[in-house]
Design a protein around this ligand. Structure first.
Ligand code: SF4
Length: 411
């Protein structure tokens, strides 16, 4: 039986659903859309934007990007209601963008979208509208984020070494167009996250708490299974509830503290948290080293850009990663793999069937090589007996499997 609860803050309601199975996830998403039916456009041709968090090419089971299972459930609910003009769009982070890595393709968002007749859009290359950040710097926000008839944001719950926590407000960073806008954001991350809250207002937030990231997020933390999703119409209300559930006080999350100072959240919102049990304590990001703190100052942006040919080599990145100065090691090498099921090793856990975002049974003959399979690798990652193999060139997957393979199997 699906568990759910709705919490009422002055800023708005936030519903929490426990969804340990795919059926419960799909039911919860359908109930959320039904509960917010007044937001749904009358026209079935209306433009609907689904805005996941596609920060990098880390598979969502590693805790970084929005889960394909949630996206599939939202797409199913919308398509069943007759909507036919759906776009899934986001813009990856600067490091990934600089290397020309196709996150939408690597995460199989394009294949998932195609199954539902939806399109994908890279917001880093989308038409933008000029805005001004808190410190007066200009930036561009993708026009579609405010022009869509319905915008559903699908943020991921992550600990974040710079922003303390990433969820509904932080998900709007992906609406910024291109490197210059994202770099401008980081000149005053706290102030500019609040600015983004002022400027971009999705109609509905459905939070992915299926597998969260704790510790050294957003790029190098530890996946933690929460089996939950949340919904609300106000990003700050959603983030305040999530921050409480994961163990933060409002003052510990800098953009929430700033929002309280500015009056976007009030004492009544904070007092309402007293009735909410802290459900999912997550390990907080470790403090940055003094050197990392110093080097993250905007004054070093220009020297870092000049030295990029040196510090972006694989050897240098590995050294910087080991020294705790960077979280991510991006890999331009694409993967070219096929999946193979080894019946002799299968112990019948059924985890592959339960987790497949498109409802396939990977143990059935031909399932992994058929057109229905989007190649997301979820079944490969969760199989406890390693009965699903990858054959071919691992490319960027090599490091991800080394770093996260065993962690995901143990979730
Ligand atoms: S069968 Fe495996 S790789 Fe294919 S879509 Fe399902 S979970 Fe993803």
């Amino acid at each position: 039986m699906m568990g759910s609860h709705t919490y009422t803050l002055e800023k708005g309601e936030v519903s929490v659903f426990r969804t340990p199975t795919r059926r419960e996830l799909w039911e919860a998403v359908d109930r959320m859309l039904a509960a917010h039916s007044t937001l749904l456009p009358d026209s079935r041709e209306a433009l609907i934007l689904i805005k996941p968090n596609l920060n990098s090419d880390l598979n969502s089971l590693m805790g970084n990007s929005t889960d394909l299972r949630l996206m599939a459930a939202v797409l199913t609910s919308l398509v069943e209601r007759g909507y036919s003009n759906i776009v899934i769009a986001d813009g990856c982070n600067v490091g990934v963008l600089r290397r020309g890595i196709d996150v939408i393709g690597r995460l199989r968002i394009d294949r998932l979208a195609a199954r539902f007749g939806a399109r994908t859009l890279d917001l880093n290359r989308a038409p933008g509208r000029q805005i001004t950040f808190a410190d007066g710097h200009p930036a561009l926000i993708a026009e579609i984020c405010s022009d869509a008839d319905l915008c559903i944001s699908l943020p991921k719950i992550k600990m974040h070494s710079d922003a303390d926590m990433s969820c509904a407000v932080k998900n709007m960073v992906g609406c910024l167009v291109g490197r210059a806008s994202k770099k401008a954001l980081h000149r005053d991350l706290t102030g500019n996250l609040v600015r983004l809250y002022e400027l971009v207002k999705p109609h509905l937030h459905i939070v992915d708490g299926l597998v969260a990231m704790e510790g050294n997020g957003p790029g190098d933390g530890t996946p933690k299974r929460l089996d939950a999703i949340l919904a609300g119409t106000d990003a700050l209300a959603v983030d305040l509830v999530v921050s409480h559930l994961v163990g933060y006080e409002p003052q510990q999350v800098r953009f929430l503290a700033r929002s309280l100072e500015k009056g976007y959240l009030g004492s009544g919102d904070v007092e309402a948290l007293a009735d909410i049990p802290r459900g999912w304590l997550l390990e907080k990001p470790p403090p940055k080293t003094r050197l990392a703190e110093v080097l993250s100052h905007p004054v070093f942006n220009r020297p870092k850009d000049l030295l990029r040919p040196i510090h972006s080599t694989r050897i240098a990145m590995n050294l910087l990663y080991k020294a705790g100065l960077i979280q991510d090691i991006y890999d331009e090498r694409d993967a070219s793999v096929t999946l193979r099921f080894d019946a002799g090793r299968c112990e019948g856990s059924g985890r592959c069937r339960e987790i497949c975002p498109v409802g396939l049974d990977p143990t059935c003959e031909g399932a992994l090589s058929g057109v229905e399979c989007i190649g997301c690798l979820y079944c490969y990652f969760v199989c406890p007996s390693e009965a699903i193999h990858l054959e071919g060139e691992l490319g960027f997957l090599e490091r991800q499997i080394d770093r996260y393979g065993a962690m995901i199997r143990s979730l």
